[in-house]
Design a protein around this ligand. Structure first.
Ligand SMILES: Cc1cc2nc3c(=O)[nH]c(=O)nc-3n(C[C@H](O)[C@H](O)[C@H](O)COP(=O)(O)OP(=O)(O)OC[C@H]3O[C@@H](n4cnc5c(N)ncnc54)[C@H](O)[C@@H]3O)c2cc1C
Length: 453
C-alpha cells in the first residue's frame, strides 16, 4: 500500500472534484484526487460504441451556464448548436400526433391557457424561492410537504396541462415520479435554471454541445493535474480529527489536512467514517437519492427526419420515450436520435429482456418519427443505474420534506471533510455547471480556512 501526504485529498474525479483540485493546486496547495473508476469524468463519459461516438452521460450546455462556459473557454473547447431546424412533434393525451413550431405544445386552447397560467405561477414561485436557500423561504415547509403531483392537482383540473407541466420537472429533470418529490424541490429545479420558463424552452436548456464530447472537460482538467490523479482507487474509509484526515483507498493511503467528498450524495454512505458523521448528516444522507433515466441513442445512416422537415425534437408525457432530440455529432453524415425513458417507465422496461426493451423503445420512437426509426445501425442504452459508482441518473434530490428539513446543512463541512457535487449546487443544480460552481466554492472555502491558520 502506497502512502502519501498532501494538503487536500479529493475523493472523486468528476467535474466537481477536478475543478476543486485545479483551483487548490493553482493556489499552491498540494492535492491527490482518488477516483474509484478506471477513468475520470464520473457522469461525463464519451465512448465509441460500434463505431459511433456517443455521450453516455451529460452533454448539453445552456447559455446561462456561465461557470461551465468559462471552463470550456479556459480549456479551449469548442461547441456546436443542437440541430433544431423544422417542426417538432407532440403526441397528446388523445394519442394525436401533431407537428408544431415554437416552444409551446400544440394542445387545445383551454389546455394551452392553463399551461401558460401555471408557468406564470411557477416563474413567480421560482423567483421568490430562489436557488440559493430554498429552505429559508417562508413557504418552504408548506411547499416541501406537498408532492409535485399534488401541487399540480391543487392548481389545475386540466389533466393534460398537469401532465405536460409535470413532465418538465419530473420525467425531464429529477427523473422521479411526480409523487416522489416535493413542490419545493421542483421549484428549486426551476430556480436553478433561472426560471420555469427556461425549463420549458428546450432551445435554451439544450442549446449547445462540445465538439468531441463534454467528457473532455474532466479529461483535460485531469491531464493538467497529471500524476495527482489516481485511478482505480475507491476510497473505503476516512479517518479524521478536527484538522487532519486520512483517506484509505484500495491501493493508496493519503494523509491530508482536508478532504473533499466530490461524489454524488447517495454514495456518501459507502465510505466508513471514523469517527462516524454527526447524527444530522447520517439522517440527511438517507433522504437523498438518485433518479433513474435511460438515455437511448439510436444512430441511423442519415438524419431521415430532417428530409421530412422535422427538427427531431419530440415530446409526450404519454409515450414511453417522453422526449427525444436530434443528437447528430458535429459534421457527422449519419443521424443520431437521443431519447429518454424515465422513472417508473424505466423500471418497467428494465424488467424486460434486452431485446423486448429495445423493441418497446424503438416502437415509441417510431410513434413519433415513423417506421424508419425502427432500424438504427447502432442502438445503445446508457444505464447509469447499473454503475456501481453512480447508481442512477441524472442526479440526487431529496425525498418529501427533506429539502426544508436538511437543505441548510447539506454543504456544511464535518471537521476537515467538505462536500462537493452538482447535486449540492444552487445555480446549475444537477448540471455540470453546478458541479463546477460547487467545485470552485469548495476550493475557495478550504483556501480561506487554510490561509487564516
Ligand atoms: C445520462 C445523463 C445525462 C446528463 N445530461 C446532462 C446534460 O446534458 N447537461 C448537464 O449539464 N448535466 C447533465 N447530466 C448531469 C451531469 O453529468 C452531472 O451533474 C455532473 O457530471 C456531476 O459531476 P460531479 O463531479 O458532481 O459528480 P460525478 O460526475 O458523479 O463524479 C463523482 C466521481 O466520484 C467517483 N466516486 C464515487 N465514489 C467514490 C469513492 N468512494 N472513491 C473514489 N471515487 C468515487 C465516481 O466514480 C465519479 O467519477 C447528466 C447526467 C447523466 C447521468
Amino acid at each position: 500500500m502506497t502512502e502519501i501526504t498532501r494538503d487536500v485529498v479529493i475523493i472523486g474525479a468528476g467535474a466537481s472534484g477536478l475543478t476543486a483540485a485545479t483551483d487548490l493546486k493553482a493556489r499552491g496547495l498540494s492535492v491527490a484526487v482518488l477516483e474509484a473508476r478506471d477513468r475520470v469524468g464520473g457522469r461525463l463519459w464519451t465512448d465509441t460504441i460500434e463505431g459511433a461516438m456517443l455521450e453516455i452521460g451529460g452533454q448539453w450546455v445552456s447559455p446561462d451556464q456561465t461557470a461551465l462556459i468559462e471552463t470550456l473557454e479556459n480549456l479551449k473547447l469548442d461547441t456546436f448548436s443542437r440541430y433544431r431546424e423544422g417542426e417538432s412533434i407532440y403526441i397528446g393525451r388523445d394519442g394525436k400526433h401533431t407537428r408544431y413550431s415554437g416552444d409551446r405544445f400544440p394542445v387545445d386552447a383551454e389546455t394551452a391557457a392553463e399551461m401558460d397560467r401555471l408557468i406564470v405561477i411557477l416563474d413567480e414561485l421560482a423567483e421568490s424561492v430562489g436557488a440559493t436557500e430554498p429552505w429559508a423561504h417562508p413557504r418552504a415547509q408548506e411547499l416541501d410537504s406537498i408532492t409535485w403531483q399534488a401541487w399540480l392537482e391543487e392548481n389545475t383540473d386540466n389533466i393534460e396541462a398537469r401532465d405536460n407541466i409535470g413532465l418538465f420537472v419530473a420525467e425531464a429533470m429529477l427523473t422521479k415520479p411526480r409523487h416522489a418529490f416535493s413542490a419545493l424541490q421542483a421549484i428549486l429545479m426551476a430556480a436553478s435554471a433561472g426560471s420555469f420558463s427556461n425549463l420549458v424552452d428546450e432551445d435554451f436548456i439544450l442549446d449547445k454541445r462540445v465538439i468531441g464530447g463534454l467528457q473532455q472537460v474532466p479529461l483535460r482538467l485531469a491531464e493538467n493535474l497529471g500524476d495527482d490523479v489516481f485511478l482505480n482507487q475507491p476510497v473505503r474509509r476516512l479517518e479524521y480529527t478536527d484538522d487532519s484526515v486520512t483517506a484509505i483507498a484500495d491501493g493508496i493511503t493519503v494523509k491530508a489536512q482536508y478532504a473533499i467528498m466530490a461524489v454524488p450524495p447517495n454514495l456518501y454512505s459507502r465510505v466508513d467514517y471514523q469517527p462516524p458523521l454527526p447524527r444530522l448528516k447520517h439522517q440527511m444522507h438517507q433522504h437523498m437519492s438518485l433518479g433513474l433515466v435511460i438515455k437511448v441513442h439510436a444512430v441511423y445512416e442519415t438524419p431521415f427526419w430532417r428530409e421530412d422537415g422535422l427538427s427531431g425534437t419530440v415530446f409526450s408525457p404519454y409515450q414511453l420515450v417522453h422526449e427525444a432530440y436530434d443528437n447528430t455529432n458535429h459534421e457527422d453524415p449519419r443521424g443520431t436520435l437521443v431519447g429518454f425513458v424515465s422513472d417508473q417507465h424505466a423500471d418497467k422496461v428494465f424488467m424486460q429482456d434486452a431485446e423486448a426493451r429495445k423493441a418497446a423503445i424503438l416502437d415509441s420512437l417510431a410513434a413519433y418519427y415513423g417506421e424508419k426509426a425502427q432500424n438504427p445501425v447502432v442502438y445503445y442504452e446508457s444505464d447509469w443505474g447499473s454503475e456501481e459508482w453512480t447508481r442512477g441518473a441524472y442526479a440526487t434530490s431529496f425525498d418529501m420534506g427533506g429539502l426544508a428539513r436538511y437543505g441548510a446543512m447539506q454543504s456544511t463541512p464535518v471537521g476537515p471533510i467538505y462536500w462537493s457535487s452538482s447535486d449540492l449546487a444552487a445555480e446549475g443544480f444537477q448540471h455540470v455547471d453546478g458541479a463546477i460552481r460547487v467545485g470552485h466554492d469548495t476550493a475557495q472555502a478550504i483556501i480561506a480556512r487554510h490561509e487564516s491558520k
